[in-house]
Design a protein around this ligand. Structure first.
Ligand SMILES: Cc1cc2nc3c(=O)[nH]c(=O)nc-3n(C[C@H](O)[C@H](O)[C@H](O)COP(=O)(O)OP(=O)(O)OC[C@H]3O[C@@H](n4cnc5c(N)ncnc54)[C@H](O)[C@@H]3O)c2cc1C
Length: 583
């Protein structure tokens, strides 16, 4: 009940006015630009957990300086990558390295490349690559315009989010993925000596290379500027409708068709699906609401550290009931506060909550924290040993999504509802919608995106409670039902066979050969993701999602976890706790 206490304390505490902002992802021993390491926002990547060492870092403040940095790498043959000032991506895509191993590496940070310009007449915004999403949204709204699509989390850069295919939720208009609202961009690529070792490409919708450059994972060059289309400023009205989960595999498409910004959060252990009824409201509709999603608010460090201690002890003692109590308490707290929706900007007083698009689509007040208060931070800030979790995101063809849900329900019947409580501690399964995209590495069809987060052990060799169930869900999604992995999330195992899942992979690869013929923007870590090939299997490799087990040693026989077939998907291989090898 300690967890319940902490949760209620958290949900009823007034939002701290000041709290610690996330730390910069690049840290250098000399305080300068050499001897540096890059880490992501969670302090651990999905491929391996080690920080990424880089020989030197460039902080261009203009496109000209980006060109100079790319030219420097190009002239010397250095391996190079680009990262934003946020580094919120979980796979180690932004870590430079490889080649012959003797070359130096260069990391280009866009942290100081952050200008934003709105063209009211053209209804567009042009942002420098590193501009924070929040700055882009606020500039548009201040000019009487709105950005239609954006991820739910605002602590990202405009080029970083576009480059990984990040999205909100909509099957209407151009849809929920931000890259489908890009009308043009500028890309700095390597060149030969005669061209000064680097050049700038201006790409617009209709240009041959545009679909490759939209979602490029930083593999083609450095995006310096992005232009997005805007709409006249508008309001939205949001209601969360709690329902039994018995029919949602059959009515999700109708829900997405009926509501422009629909989503569904499924809490499988609680047999509950929360439908987000989310539509445009008339400009004169009363309300100046804010979506300040509770999971993205600054949280007292003592609370998140306490929650982590509780969760780890429940994991170690295999206390499923305790996890379920934790999930239930969180559910009650979230429902009480409308998940962080605030009718008047301060408090949740009831549905619907009406507010301007700029305050309703995207939230993340913990990312806007000031450094003055040392007591609160984003819940996952690695400096404070708070929440630490896997984020899996599977993108389905709608027909396969229905079968996936039915399979997970069968798994729930066989393994027991309690075995699914772990995901309900972390917001359940969030179901969102994106449309077919022009981007080669975007979605080839209107798709259903499912995010699910769950406990990640601090020790990569430690098995987790219901490890087998979440491995089976993962393999149901990515293997049986052919889901495509979100490029910015997931454990490495989700990327197996990824090239075959993107029908225009060949066209992207051709653009890559044309724009980066020497492979300077490659690295062993980005190869692990886009290569989609199975890696060598070491002892315990299945525990942290680096492999699917095929032998017991890939699990942890010494701790009673053996490689076993799935319960519903019998081709799946999962690490199951059995107590003894023969069970
Ligand atoms: C708490 C949280 C919530 C999230 N919510 C959502 C969500 O609602 N929807 C969603 O779809 N995703 C979501 N994400 C994922 C997030 O949107 C992506 O990880 C996004 O790419 C992060 O942007 P960034 O600026 O941190 O990019 P980085 O992590 O710095 O970079 C991401 C990739 O883009 C490349 N890149 C960065 N800048 C450039 C550039 N200028 N030119 C070329 N390539 C570049 C990098 O090399 C790297 O491959 C969430 C992540 C977190 C941690």
């Amino acid at each position: 009940m300690f967890a319940t206490f902490l949760l209620l304390l958290w949900s009823h505490a007034p939002a701290p006015a000041l709290s610690l902002p996330p730390r910069p992802p690049v840290r250098c021993s000399d305080g300068g630009t050499t001897g540096c390491v890059l880490s992501n926002a969670y302090g651990a990547w999905s491929s391996d957990r080690a920080d990424c060492p880089v020989s030197s870092v460039a902080y261009p403040a203009s496109e000209q300086e980006v060109v100079a940095a790319v030219a420097r790498a190009s002239a010397s043959g250095a391996r190079v990558k680009v990262v934003s000032g946020f580094a919120h991506t979980i796979p180690k895509l932004a870590c430079p390295g490889g080649g012959n191993g003797t070359t130096t590496t260069l990391l280009i940070s866009t942290a100081r490349l952050a200008g934003v310009e709105v063209d009211v007449a053209a209804r567009t915004v042009t942002a420098d690559a590193g501009a924070p999403l929040r700055a882009v949204i606020d500039a548009a709204e201040a000019s009487g315009l709105s950005l239609t699509a954006a991820p739910y989390w605002e602590g990202v850069s405009v080029a970083g989010l576009v480059s990984t295919g990040s999205h909100g939720s909509s099957w209407w208009g151009r849809g929920g993925a931000v890259h489908d609202h890009v009308v043009g961009l500028r890309l700095v690529v390597t060149a030969g000596e005669a061209d000064g070792w680097a050049r700038v490409l201006t790409l617009r919708r209709g240009d041959e290379l545009f679909p490759a450059a939209l979602v490029s994972l930083g593999l083609l060059g450095v995006v310096s500027k992005i232009t997005l289309s805007l709409e006249p400023r508008f309001k939205r009205s949001i209601t969360f409708d709690y329902r039994n989960d018995s029919t949602f595999q059959d009515d999700f498409a109708a829900h997405a068709a009926s509501h422009e910004f629909a989503d569904i959060t499924w809490y499988p252990s609680q047999h509950t699906a929360v439908y987000r009824i989310d539509d445009r409201a008339p400009a004169n509709a009363p309300g100046d609401g804010v979506n300040d999603f509770i999971g993205f608010q600054a949280t007292p460090i003592a609370v998140t550290a306490g929650l982590r201690v509780v969760e780890t002890s429940l994991e170690r003692s295999k206390n499923m009931k305790g996890k379920c109590a934790m999930a239930a308490a969180e559910g009650v707290a979230k429902r009480l506060v409308g998940n962080g929706l605030k009718n008047n900007g301060l408090l949740f007083t009831g549905y619907p909550v009406v507010g301007y698009q700029g305050k309703m689509q995207t939230s993340g007040s913990c990312a806007r924290s000031s450094a003055a208060d040392l007591l609160s931070a984003c819940g996952w800030d690695p400096r404070f040993h708070g929440l630490f979790f896997y984020e899996s995101t599977a993108i389905f063809s709608p027909a396969r999504f229905r079968d996936f849900i039915l399979d997970v329900k069968r798994l729930r019947d066989l393994a027991g509802s309690d075995s699914l409580c772990g995901v309900d501690v972390y917001n359940g399964l969030l179901v969102r919608f994106v449309k077919a995209s022009a981007a080669h590495l975007g979605q080839p069809e209107d798709s259903v995106v499912v995010d699910f987060n769950y406990y990640r052990a601090s020790d990569s060799a430690a098995p987790r409670l219901s490890q087998d169930v979440w491995e089976e869900v993962e393999q149901l999604a990515f293997v049986k039902h052919g889901a495509r992995p979100h490029w910015a999330k997931n454990r490495l195992v989700a990327f197996a066979g990824v090239r075959g899942k993107y029908p225009r992979w060949g066209q992207f690869a051709a653009a890559k050969r044309q724009l980066d013929p020497r492979g300077l923007f490659d690295s062993p870590w980005s190869d692990e993701v886009v290569g989609g090939v199975e890696l060598a299997k070491g002892d315990g490799c299945a525990l942290d999602g680096r492999c699917v087990c095929s032998e017991d040693r890939h699990c942890s026989p010494e701790q009673g976890y053996y490689c076993r077939p799935g319960l519903v998907f019998t081709d799946a291989r999962v690490c199951r706790y059995s107590g003894s090898q023969n069970q």
